[in-house]
Design a protein around this ligand. Structure first.
Ligand SMILES: Cc1cc2nc3c(=O)[nH]c(=O)nc-3n(C[C@H](O)[C@H](O)[C@H](O)COP(=O)(O)O)c2cc1C
Length: 246
């Protein structure tokens, strides 16, 4: 059946006048890829999640799962996707590194003049999502982002390697730049300016996302996954835990 669909799609596409011979291979490849994507599926069978497995505190539950994930030796285990929304309601998402779970929230660092920071300024409601494929787990967090204090950001900044500290001065994150050379020239300048101690740039610092909802997802067979969401009661630190349909 898939082949019949593929062939009919192929013939419709190939007889369109804009497709000349040189496009033939490209068309085959595109359709091939689509079929490959559609065939890409695995059954999740390595674990399960029950209400009785969950800690009452979702941050402790997060840390428990995080610990297990780091023990797998995964690369960048603290990488997550941060979603923000701009003033026109357009969401955007990018990968960041989680740098702390403290004071009731999830912490990351960035440039306060970046697109994400401007979007958070306008709308502090954000979402974080973690996907840990080797454990067949996903964690989704919704919450409110607030800036860390200058002293918290400075404490973290001074723990970073010299090259990352200089990088925070070099890159006008999210702005258009004319060339790679522009960055390399600035790197040279800031390396010369700060050969040893690098002060934290005023435009660089952290955020803490205080969660209002955290979902733990464990893949199961036949797409009947286990999902539990902690929803904060009245925005406080007490949580209701509900099972969600997959
Ligand atoms: C694995 C990985 C980790 C990253 N970590 C950070 C980070 O911690 N902070 C940061 O500002 N950007 C980080 N980035 C870059 C961001 O994805 C993004 O390109 C940058 O922050 C600009 O985003 P914006 O223009 O939406 O503000 C990381 C990218 C990857 C792929």
């Amino acid at each position: 059946m898939a082949n019949i669909v593929l062939m009919s799609r192929l013939s419709v596409t190939l007889f369109r006048p804009e497709y000349r011979r040189k496009n033939f291979r490209k068309v085959i490849k595109t359709l091939d890829m689509k079929e490959k994507l559609q065939d890409e599926r695995i059954d999740y069978t390595i674990g399960e999640l029950n209400l009785s497995d969950l800690d009452q505190d979702p941050l402790k539950q997060f840390l428990e799962w995080y610990q297990v994930y780091t023990e797998t030796g995964a690369k960048d285990p603290n990488a997550f996707t941060l979603s923000t929304v701009n003033s026109e309601g357009q969401p955007s998402a990018r990968v960041l590194l989680l740098k702390g779970v403290d004071k009731g929230g999830f912490e990351f660092y960035t440039n306060y003049q970046s697109d994400k920071a401007q979007e958070i300024e306008n709308n502090p409601k954000v979402a974080l999502s973690f996907f840990w494929p080797s454990l067949e787990r996903q964690i989704r967090i919704e919450g409110l982002a607030t800036k860390l204090s200058e002293s918290e950001s400075t404490d973290y900044f001074i723990s970073r390697p010299h090259s990352s500290q200089v990088g925070a001065w070099v890159s006008p994150q999210s702005t258009a730049i004319e060339s790679r050379e522009y960055l390399e020239k600035r790197e040279e300048e800031f390396n010369a300016k700060y050969p040893n101690d690098v002060p934290k740039p005023p435009h660089w610092g952290g955020y803490r996302v205080i969660p209002t909802k955290i979902e733990f997802w464990q893949g199961r067979a036949s797409r009947l996954h286990d999902r539990f969401a902690y929803v904060s009661k009245d925005g406080g630190e007490d949580w209701n835990i509900i099972r969600l349909a997959p």
